[in-house]
Design a protein. Structure first.
Length: 202
């Protein structure tokens, strides 16, 4: 931020993680992080998490790569069964029934609040941290209306060409900067409770 700028709002867009299996602690770790963000004055905006089961094509014919934990080998017979399955599936490849969890609605939420705050004239400069090319159109609207907007892309190569055509300020997220901007290992909540960094995050 420049000396003449004042931070007005910070939004964090996400969806709540579902438990994928018994004993899955990921939702608890996410809730801890969200509590700390909210206590820090960040506005949380939630999409939704959808669970789906789909038949998808397997990417490898090798026994050690087709599933994890890997299938045990029985005198080479397991690989022969896999090979036979690939033969039977020709000209396609075998499929596996896979359970997936997907985040929905986040791109719409980002675009909606970005445009809402723009039309309400609540900011002069916006910083968008996203590589979702679906957000190029709202970025173009802001640029055409002479708003200053900076786009930071978390992953190299993610949507960068379209963003670069939409606005002049596009860069990739500096992971070293992220590492230096972490919360401390212990955070005190407004009620005085100590919130500790999970061991998985160390």
């Amino acid at each position: 931020m420049l000396p003449n700028q004042e931070l007005q709002k910070v939004y964090y867009f996400t969806s709540r993680i579902r438990r994928r299996f018994e004993g899955d602690k990921a939702p608890d770790r996410q809730n801890l992080y969200l509590r700390i963000l909210e206590n820090s004055g960040v506005n949380l905006v939630f999409g939704r998490t959808e669970r789906n089961e789909n038949w998808v094509r397997v990417a490898s014919q090798k026994r050690k790569e087709i599933i994890k934990p890997e299938i045990d080998s029985f005198l080479g017979l397991t690989q022969k069964v896999i090979n036979r399955t690939f033969v039977r599936a020709r000209p396609d490849v075998p499929k596996a029934l896979v359970k997936t969890f997907g985040e929905k609605g986040t791109d719409v939420n980002i675009a909606s609040l970005l445009l809402r705050d723009h039309f309400k004239n609540e900011f002069s400069t916006a910083l968008l941290i996203s590589g979702d090319s679906d957000l190029v159109t709202p970025v173009e609207i802001l640029v055409n209306d002479l708003r200053e907007i900076h786009v930071v892309i978390p992953n190299n190569g993610q949507g960068n060409l379209r963003f670069k055509k939409a606005c002049e300020s596009v860069e990739f997220l500096d992971l070293g900067l992220v590492a230096s901007c972490q919360f401390p290992d212990k955070v005190i909540s407004p009620k005085g409770k100590i919130l500790r960094r999970p061991d998985e995050w160390v």
